[in-house]
Design a binder for this molecule. Structure first.
Ligand code: PLP
Length: 440
């Protein structure tokens, strides 16, 4: 590869001067300058190595720099980098067919977008057209994107700055209520949902959008029966179930899609991130046959200049081939068992660890500062000196992962080896010593 021509400090300074970093006051950002990446590692221009324990933004599922995907992108770029979305290309045709084969049930027709938010925007439009109803239910502990519609669907505090948002979105509570209150029994959670449906009027509700395993808001793995119960309620009231698998899809949980763990087939399934492992931006909306059939004689009133972008379709086909050739979905399941053991070990040995959760290579730890009250180490939507110190420690030690509120994540690329996984947990183990000292 070509050597960097700017230093890390120069890259950061010029980026800060002329570009906007997301979700931040610009005076406070402190980005890591990144020059190159391979496998589970990335490097700064000065050669400092980071173990990528978050697959960047939970998206580089196959790992960095896979030559099979790079070559597919190069070949497509040389042949046909772009054709407008009214055209049909071979990569578009083959990707639609491939996704029909790996997505659950009779989901077999796809609308391609640039990313997750646009996929969710088009999913709610499709649900509204299909049902002739206007409301969309979403949950509070969720993130669905940052466009006008999807930030309204989003339940977490990132929604607040965009309010009032689009009309017709109603939030319902999750079965999880934080480290102190824990989980509702499945029957209670479903009864609460059904009550909201009745109070809102089922005949006004087009869809219910959920992350089947909630990502950024806590790797919330639903108790068995919850998703099946949600599916049954949606069927009972004629509401479309929209599964947002932007983060949980493509092997992250140890199945192609998270819903596969519970045998639930949503009416609409959205994806992005792992679809191309982020080598090129791409999202998609998958429709069950009955929903797709609606658009045989009704207009699908959505479009994007970059819909079915050939470069992105080629990247997705090559990425899916890597999952298959390397058995990465099964690997996520196997390494997920190793990671669950390592997380349990942290919980057993560190008083600051109040809970750990994982499914496949989708994991999190919640820290607490009091063993009796289980007060979180940082408040809802906030931080604390201890969490900030943990974040600084990880960065200093060359471990890259998300630290959010009272939690930190473990979402490495699915190609991670046993030794690389243990390397990350060894750093975490040392980092938690300071957090333990703060526990009452
Ligand atoms: N949905 C979920 C569950 C996500 O995690 C994300 C991104 O983090 C999105 C939607 C939005 O995707 P994008 O950032 O590609 O628009």
């Amino acid at each position: 590869h070509a050597p960097a021509t700017m230093t890390g400090d120069e890259i950061v300074a010029l980026s800060r001067q002329h570009t906007i970093f997301e979700w931040s006051a610009q005076g406070a950002v402190d980005p890591i300058p990144v020059d190159r990446a391979k496998g589970v590692y990335f490097w700064t221009p000065e050669g400092k190595r980071f173990l990528d324990f978050n697959s960047q933004l939970m998206c580089v599922n196959i790992g960095h720099g896979d030559p099979r995907v790079v070559m597919a992108i190069q070949e497509q770029a040389a042949k046909l980098p772009y054709a407008n979305p009214f055209m049909a290309t071979e990569v578009r045709a083959r990707l639609g067919a491939k996704l029909a084969a790996i997505t659950p049930g009779d989901i077999d027709c796809f609308f391609f977008t640039n990313g997750g938010a646009e996929a969710n925007e088009n999913a709610i439009k499709a649900a509204r057209w299909y049902t002739g109803r206007h409301k969309i239910l979403a949950r509070y502990r969720s993130y669905h994107g940052a466009t006008a519609g999807t930030i309204t669907l989003t339940g977490d505090p990132r929604r607040w700055a965009a309010e009032p948002g689009i009309p017709g979105v109603v939030h319902v509570p999750d079965p999880y209520h934080g480290i102190q209150r824990g989980w509702d029994p499945v029957d209670d959670a479903l009864a609460r949902l059904e009550e909201v449906i009745q109070l809102e009027g089922a005949h006004t509700i087009a869809g219910f959008i959920i992350e089947p395993v909630t990502g950024t808001n806590g790797i919330l793995v639903p108790p068995d029966g919850y998703l099946q119960g949600v599916r049954a309620l949606c069927d009972k009231y004629g509401i479309l179930l929209i599964a947002d698998e932007v983060m949980s899809g493509f092997g992250r949980t140890g199945e192609w899609f998270a819903v596969d763990h519970w045998g639930v087939v949503p009416d609409i399934l959205t994806m992005a991130k792992g679809l191309t492992s982020a080598y090129v931006p791409l999202g998609a909306v998958g429709l069950r046959r009955k929903v797709a059939d609606h658009f045989r004689d009704k207009v699908f009133a959505g479009g994007l200049t970059y819909n079915s972008h050939p470069l992105a379709c080629a990247a997705a086909l090559a990425t899916i081939a890597v999952y298959e050739e390397d058995g990465l979905v099964a690997r996520a399941r196997q390494m997920g068992e190793v990671m669950a053991g390592l997380l349990a070990d942290l919980a057993a040995r560190h008083v600051s660890v109040g809970a750990v959760r994982s499914i496949g290579l989708f994991g999190i730890a919640e820290l607490i500062r009091n063993r009796q009250t289980r007060e979180p180490m940082a408040p809802f939507n906030g931080t604390s000196p201890e969490m900030a110190a943990l974040s600084r420690f990880f960065r200093h030690e060359g471990l890259y992962t998300f630290v959010r509120w009272n939690t930190f994540f473990a979402n490495p690329p699915l190609c991670i080896t046993d030794a690389e996984l243990r390397e990350g947990f060894e750093i975490i183990d040392r980092g938690l010593a300071a957090a333990d000292a703060a526990v009452a």
